[in-house]
Design a binder for this molecule. Sequence first.
Ligand code: BDP
Length: 704
Amino acid sequence: MSAQDGYDLWLQYDKIDDDKVVENYLDHISGFHKFGSDETLDVATTELKTAFEGLVGQTLKELNSVEENSVVLGSEENLPSEIRAMLKSDLSEINSEGYVLKSLSLNNNRITVVTGKTDVGVLYGTFRLIKEMQLHNNITQCDIIDSPKIQKRLLNHWDNLDRTVERGYAGFSIWDWHHLPELIKPEYIDYARANASIGINGTVLTNVNASSLVLTSHYIEKVKALAEVFRPYGLQVYLTARFSSPMESGDLKTADPLDPEVRQWWKDKADEIYAEIPDFGGFLVKANSEGQPGPNNYDRSHVDGANMLAEAVAPHSGIVMWRAFVYSEDDPEDRAKQAYSEFVPFDGQFHDNVLVQVKNGPIDFQPREPFHPMFGAMPDTPLMMEFQITQEYLGFSSHLVYLPEMFEETLDEDTYVQGEGSTVAKVVDGTLSNKKLTGIAGVANIGTAKNWTGHPFGQANWYGFGRLAWDPYLDSEAIAKEWLKMTFSNEQEFVDPVKDLMIKSREAVVNYMTPLGLHHIMDTGHHYGPGPWVDDLGRPEWNPVYYHRATSEGVGFDRTESGSDALSQYAEPIREKYNSIETTPEKYLLWFHHVPWDYKMENGQTLWYNLAAKYQEGVEDVEEMVNTWNDIEEYVDDQRFEEIQMLLQIQLKEAKWWRNAVLLYFQQFSGKELPEFIPEPEYDLEYYQSLEFPYAPGISPSWH
Ligand code: BDP
C-alpha cells in the first residue's frame, strides 16, 4: 500500500479495487453535462471529474448535450423544463441548500441528475454522488433527497494573527496572514473543498479572544482574499469582534454600546467590510468573559452589546453570534449556573439576527457533561450549539477520541422543557420553538500539520462534526463507518472493528480521565494531564479542587437543593430525578452530588471501589484499542498505521498516568486501599504532582 500523509482527508479518490464496482460505474456514467455557468457549478464539475477519474480510472468528458449515461448538473432554475417537471415533487421537499440526486430516463436516455435550488445545493449533491462511489454504493437507481437541518454550520478557528492557535494541537494557523492577500495557498482551496464536502457553510477565521487588528482595512483586504477563495464552495467568512475595537482600531474614547459614536463606528466598520466582502457572514463575540471587554464594562447588558452589533450588520443580512460562555469574576455562585443566570432573563430581547452561542455543557468542554441547561430555557431566542472539535480536555491530538459519539449524546438529551422528546437537537435545529435562524459551531482542530489535524483520527471529528451539523439526528456509528471507508478502506474486516474502537474511545477517555461525573481535574493552564490537586490559582473556579471537592467524607459537587442548586435550572423530571443520589444516572453522579466514599452503588460495591474500577476500565479500554489496531495492519498504509500505533502507545501511557495520579490523590481522602485489580502505581503521588509542562501546546499569547 502506498504511503499516505493524510493530506487528502476523506476526499481520497484512489482507484476502486473492486472491478465489478468499477464496471458498474463505467456502464452508467460516461460524461457530464451542466446547465448554468457559475463558479460553484465549475468547482462541482471539476470535483466530479477528479473523483471519477481517480476512482474508476477513466476520463469524464464534458458533453454538449444530455446523452445516455450522462450526469446532468444544474440548479432547478437552470434545468430544462422537462427534467424540472420530472423532479417537481422532489424539489419541493428541499431547502435552499438541499439537493436531489436522481436516476431518470429522459428520451430513453438513462441519466443521473444532480440538482438543488441553488448551485451550492448542486455542489453538495455532487459531493454526495462522489461519496456514494467512494462507499462503493450502487448508483444505478439513485433516489436521494437531502437538506441541511441547521442553517449556519460553522467552524470556529481560535487562530491568532501571529499564527498561534489557542488550544490548537495540529501546528500553527493555516491562515498565512503575512502573505495574504497575494499568496493564495492550495491549502485554502482544499480546506474549502473539505468543508463543502460535509456541508460546512461558514468559518470564523479568528480567535474568540480577539484582536481588534483584524478589523483594520489592512487585514480586511486579507480576509477578502480568503473569502474569494471560499465563495465558490458556499463557505462564508466571519470574524470575531473585540468589543473594545472602537478604541483600539478606531480612536474613540469609549466602546459603550449606547454611545452614538460607538454605534456609528460599528456601522461604518460593517459597511467597510461588506463593501469588500458582500457575503461576509457576521461577527462572533466573546464579551465579559475571562477578561475580554464587553458591554458590562459600561454597565450595559449583553443585549445592549449584541443588538448594537446586530444593527450594524443587519442591512447586509449579517448575523451576530454572541457567546454565553461567561462566568463572572466576583460571583461566588457555582460556575455551572452563571451563564444561565445571566442570559435567561434576556430571553426574547435580542434582535432577530442574533444567535446566542452556548457550549454543549455548563462548564467547559469536558469529556462528559450533562447538556447546558440554557438549551430549552430561552424559547424566544435562537440558541446556537458550540462543540469543541479540538481536544483541549481530551488528550490533545495524541489521544484517539471519536467525538461525534459525544456530540450525539448531547444532541439526544431530553430537556423536557416542552414535555418528553424536547431534545437538545430540536432546540438547535429550531423545531422545538419554531426558530427561523439556527446554528451550530465547532471549535476547529485544524492546523498546519500535513494531515491537518495532528492525530489522523482527528479528521473524523472534523468530518463527524460537519455531518451532525448538517443533520443532528444522524447516528455517530454510521458516520464513523462512512468516514473509515472513505479515509482508509472499504473492507468490512477493517471497518467493523475500527468502528467499534472509535465508538468505545469516547467512554474510554471518560473512564481514564473523569469517570462518574468528575470534571475539570486536568492540570491547569494547558489542561494536559491530571491535576486534581491544584488549589492555588487566583480564582476559585480555576482550581480543580473547586470541582471535585474531595474530603474524607466523600467527593463530588453537590448541585442539588442542599448544595448550589444548579439542578433547579433543569426542567422536571430531570430536577427531581437527579436530586437524589439513587436516581441520578451514574455517569453524572459526582457532577450533581457529594457522595460518601463508602456509598454503595448499583453493583453493590462502594463508590471508592467503583471509581478505581472505572479508571482501570479506561486503561483496559485503551489496551483493547491498541490490540484492535495491531490486528488491522494489512488494511492500512504503513505510514498511517505506524503513526497511529505510536500515538495509541502515548494514549495508553497517559491513561495509566491518569489512573495512578488521580487514585493516589483521592486515596488521601478516602483513606482506603487501592482495590487489588489496580496494579502497583509506578510512582508516588509526589512525583505526579511534580510534573510540569511549560511547553505543552495550545496556550496562546492571549493568556500571557
Ligand atoms: C476555554 C479555553 C480558553 C477559551 C475559552 C472560551 O480554555 O482557551 O478561550 O474556553 O471558550 O475552554 O472562550
